[in-house]
Design a protein. Structure first.
Length: 159
């Protein structure tokens, strides 16, 4: 099986970044996509993808590691209130989150459009074939910035 870790968090972030770039339309043209956390303060209209947790899947009575992971991911649309109107923010968030949530085969899209080698996404417990068990979409204003965030858990395997 090889090493079990294989930087699964980075691969989850890169897969979602690749998918968003592949599906990006005019509604998201003014947004920069970032994968992972940065030591530099990010500014401007942006999409942030961050894997917050990776939990190993264990099976059997002796809790043997299967090689698969449950990865919690946050995808945030962030920008300055003064740079966009409410209608523009609404259009951008719809374009971003619909591109992720409308796919019946999100796992296939992440595997094909995500562009990450040695990484596979599988259907989750709740949505076989979809790959992402959606948590919630929240609004989390941060000073002068708006933050609209989608959370979910991805079932995947690095190799």
């Amino acid at each position: 099986m090889g090493a079990p870790w294989h930087n699964v968090d980075d691969k989850v972030e890169d897969a979602f970044k690749g998918l968003i770039e592949a599906l990006e339309g005019n509604e998201l043209a003014g947004y920069t996509i970032y994968a992972g956390k940065s030591g530099t303060e990010l500014t401007g209209n942006r999409i942030e993808v961050f894997c917050t947790r990776a939990a190993a899947e264990m099976a059997g009575e002796s809790d043997v590691f299967t090689g698969n992971w449950y990865c919690d991911v946050e995808i945030s649309l962030v920008g300055n209130y003064g740079d966009t109107t409410r209608a523009e923010r609404s259009t951008a968030s719809s374009a971003l989150f619909d591109s992720i949530l409308d796919h019946q085969n999100l796992s296939e899209q992440l595997n094909n459009l995500g562009g990450v080698a040695d990484f596979r996404v599988y259907g989750g417990e709740e949505g076989q074939g979809q790959g992402l068990d959606v948590g919630e979409i929240t609004n989390e204003p941060n000073g002068h910035e708006y933050v609209k965030k989608l959370t979910g858990t991805l079932y995947c395997r690095p190799s």
